[in-house]
Design a protein around this ligand. Sequence first.
Ligand code: MN
Length: 344
Amino acid sequence: MSKIKNIKFITKKYSYKKPFHIANSFATGATNVEVEIETEEGIKGFGEASPSWRVCGETSDSVVSLLNKAKSILNGKDIERYSLIFKEMSSFIFSPSLVTAIEFAVIDALCKKNGIRVWKFLGGNKNEIETDKTVSISSVDDMVTDSIKIKREGFNIIKIKTGENLSKDIEVIEEIYRKTKGLRYIVDANTGYTPKEAICFAKKIYSKGIDISVFEQPVNRYDIESLKLVRFNSPFPVCADESVKTKYDALNLIKKEAVDYINIKLMKSGFSQALSIIELALSSNIKLMIGCMSESSVGINQSVHLACGRGVFDFCDLDSHLLIKEDKIRGDFVQNKNIIRVKP
Ligand code: MN
């Protein structure tokens, strides 16, 4: 038995190295909430919530406002019976980022108590993953310059943000492809296109001989019919991001055959629901990506250990800690260019 004695929330503000612009959203900084749980014998577990107002309607204030509720539920609970804690977390339906931070902190403490590494507890599939790096929306020239820089830094996969201007987006992809040949490309429209625009984009890019590895969230998150329409009219695999927050969203999309990929983000679903989404996808031949919101290295650590432990993600888009200003990496991993490795 190992009972939770105390829970602390610590708010931390970060600024982006350069403003992060995606379709219909512009951010210069992020405010995250770190969660520390402590057991009666003094073992501590850590997690981080990076709330997304755009995707989930959460803010750091809304997360912090739940501290007393979290205390009333968690204090006295045994971390060794963690599935009971996970079950209680399902009542925080409007705060998935907090659910992840708490659930991960519980696992972290449990693993420390038992002398096992989190990635091994989660399956121990591999000890390293490859991440992409993201180019946010700006002028064609700036986006090309950013892409060349990312290639020089040693990344093999670039995620390109689009969705605000179809003709400019086509020009951008063409130019980036011309200047960075040999890389793989993920295009993320963040719900920005109409179905016709999305199909037009995919066909034009394909006709120029450019391969896109994943075409992410081309259309409105609620328009599942259109997601499916794009899937079957695009030469490139289509991925749901904003459309999938819960395991029920994932099940619905799978039943409707709407996508080829699901992008799992711990901040959208909570940690335990992410595990369910993985199993749903694996049982229906849907491929997986793991992404992030604005996590610091503390939050990225959560996704790194899940991705290494399970070993089921075809693409890892875990780069937010590289895009914000952070004094030092505090995650339980080391990074060399595009490779993130859990510490031995
Ligand atoms: Mn996305």
